[in-house]
Write a protein that binds this ligand. Structure first.
Ligand code: M6R
Length: 607
């Protein structure tokens, strides 16, 4: 939920690198920022609430001296976004500074203990206790590194931390438990960060620290040990193939727009999955008696769509579940015959990882789909697939949603074939259409990339939107609504169209825009009925339908025409694209930053 970055250089000042690294982590949090550096036996800390560039400029943080330092960009969990709560936090004597991402669950008890021992606290954060704990340990006459290690053993909850001190001026100590942390080495020095893009300008040689690991960094490299018992750990470097350009905006005004336009290529990436992993996941899915598709937010919408695909193709019942509800809703029934397919772009979503913990405890088989190599999800899954979307920086999930659908569709097809539920021709036909999906999306972007702006202009003053679809399009409607809601803050509803007459229709009055997702397929007759119902109440109809679908076009006030021939089971992928564009341009029209919706962070690693 926060971004952390640390560097030990062989020479030169670290402050500009920290600034640059934090900019690349801004998607993780952006309500306050702070740097700490060590120089000539002194610890310097500058921090404040506000966006990175503004704070760095006003406090002249780029000018800070020192070739070793740490920086933090915050998304508040404990204590309001204000200077005193910004990281780094220091001990009483201001000899050490710590930055942290995560939540320390036992911080109240530890704080009370430390207060009783005479420590003075300046902030309301859970993080500050780490600084005082280390200080307290050092009173026992042990070295700084050992004091960090011993303090870590007292923490309950989640953390990725980095800490520096004047008593050990050439080293950064860092560690992780449940929150991500990556180390990197280059000929200039050694790095630690919450995510790879922060260090990509300097190195692509990285190590993903694992849960319960502690590392000591100096300018020449790093050593890893286990927090629990201090045992040394050997780990090979991994070469990251993401280029820096992939992680930057490439000339688009926002990451979100860049990522929407990347979809043809990210979808092609998601078609090139390694066959043996698809086979392995299929084999596990085939063995399950109860099959849960578990995720949060946009990834949950992908799971809903997948439940239609698995039913339609493989004739198998799956239960899509919101990860934060899984334990209450299905936890007691999970058992050894249960398979949980967890879907998470980041692979670090707290709620999803908690659901997984529970499923594992019940001896269920956990499988994963994620975009993040080395993420926690990959380590807790029996088998997993990397969805190959490339890094997504915009907080709103776009290309990762369509790639998740692409992976899930391939799994559904493979499972259908394994179980003999499709004829050879049916299977081949679906396979051919899968290969065509990136092209469909390319076509949609070409047709509507600019045109959607006129639609946005027309509806820019609306105070309510409704999104409706039947069958798999109900998931497209939910995702279109989430994009609009999170980016523009305009209240909006989404429902399966048939359900709307059981309540939601009461909100519809003269002029309310209702967006209908109507690909050609089995649900068409009913969707026409739903459009009529809404029109009768004065709704203005915006339809996303196949080109030349005159019945729907004739009933609509505005139409977004889609390429012909897209099978209904794959329609969510191209049909969501105009909804992503609509939400993006409406946010821009309202003067909002689509890359940083308020109150949201890219990766939700707290309860
Ligand atoms: O990393 P995950 O896929 O587990 O994230 C789950 C949700 O937090 C995420 O999909 C969120 O809803 C989107 N950023 C919304 O656009």
């Amino acid at each position: 939920m926060c971004g952390i970055f640390g560097v030990v250089l062989k020479g030169g000042r670290v402050a500009p690198l920290i600034h640059d690294g934090l900019k690349r982590l801004e998607y993780r949090g952006y309500d306050s920022v702070g740097f700490a550096t060590l120089h000539s036996g002194t610890l310097q800390v500058r921090k404040d609430a506000g966006k990175i560039d503004e704070v760095v400029r006003s406090l002249r943080m780029d000018e800070m001296e020192g070739s070793i330092g740490i920086g933090h960009t915050r998304w508040a969990t404990h204590g309001a976004p204000m200077m005193v709560n910004a990281h780094p936090h220091m001990d009483c004597d201001e000899k050490l500074a710590v930055i942290h991402n995560g939540v320390i669950e036992n911080f109240m008890e530890l704080k009370e203990e430390l207060l009783n021992k005479g420590h003075n606290f300046r902030s309301r954060t859970d993080t500050e206790i780490i600084a005082h704990l280390i200080e307290e340990e050092m009173r026992g006459d042990i070295g700084f590194g050992e004091a960090v290690l011993t303090s870590l053993r007292r923490l309950e909850g989640s953390y990725a931390i980095a800490v520096i001190s004047i008593s050990d001026p050439g080293r950064i100590y860092c560690a992780r438990y449940e929150s991500p942390l990556v180390l990197g080495v280059s000929d200039k020095g050694t790095f630690c960060a919450s995510d790879v893009p922060a260090m990509l300008p300097y190195t692509n040689q990285v190590v993903f620290l694992r849960n319960g690991e502690f590392a000591s960094l100096d300018a020449e490299g790093f050593q890893i040990r286990r927090v629990q018992d201090g045992t040394p750990v050997q780990r090979e470097l991994t070469e990251v193939t993401w280029s820096l350009e992939m992680a930057e905006k490439q000339g688009y005004p926002h990451f979100m727009l860049k990522e929407i336009y990347e979809q043809p290529s990210s979808l092609r990436g998601s078609l090139r999955l390694q066959r043996q992993y698809l086979d392995l996941l299929t084999a596990f899915l085939d063995r399950g008696e109860k099959l849960f598709l578990v995720a949060a937010g946009t990834s949950y919408h992908a799971c809903i769509a997948a439940s239609y695909m698995f039913s339609r193709l493989a004739k198998i019942t799956t239960f899509p579940a919101i990860s934060s509800e899984f334990i209450e809703q299905y936890g007691d029934s999970a058992a050894i015959d249960t398979v949980m397919l967890a879907v998470s772009q980041s692979g670090e979503t707290y709620d999803t990882l908690k659901a997984i913990d529970h499923a594992r405890m019940k001896a269920a088989t956990v499988l994963g789909i994620t975009n993040t190599v080395g993420s926690t999800l990959t380590r807790v899954s029996r088998a997993y697939i990397i969805q190959q979307s490339g890094p997504e920086i915009g907080v709103a999930a776009t290309k990762t949603f369509t790639s998740q659908l692409m992976v899930l569709a391939q799994l559904a097809l493979r499972l259908a074939r394994t179980r003999g539920k499709l004829s050879q021709d049916e299977g081949d036909d679906f396979h051919d259409h899968l290969q065509m999906v990136p092209g469909y999306v390319e076509e949609v972007l070409k047709r509507h990339g600019e045109g959607i702006k006129a639609l946005v202009e027309k509806y820019s003053r609306e105070r309510l939107f409704v999104f409706l679809g039947r069958g798999i399009s109900a998931s497209t409607a939910l995702e279109g609504r989430l994009k609009l809601l999170e980016l523009t803050y305009v209240p909006s509803l989404a429902y399966p169209a048939g359900e709307s007459k059981h309540g939601p229709i009461s909100i519809v009055e003269e002029g309310v825009p209702v967006v209908f997702l109507c690909p050609r397929g089995d649900t068409r007759k009913e969707i026409v009925g739903s459009i009529m119902e809404m029109k009768a109440r004065g709704a203005r109809i915006i339809s996303v339908c196949e080109e030349g679908d005159d019945d729907i076009i004739g009933l609509s006030d505005d139409v977004i025409e889609m390429p012909m021939g897209i099978p209904e089971a794959l329609s969510s992928i191209p049909y969501v694209v105009p909804l992503q564009l609509f939400a993006y341009y409406l946010a821009v029209q309202k003067g909002l930053d689509p890359d940083k919706p308020r109150n949201l962070a890219k990766s939700v690693t707290v309860p």
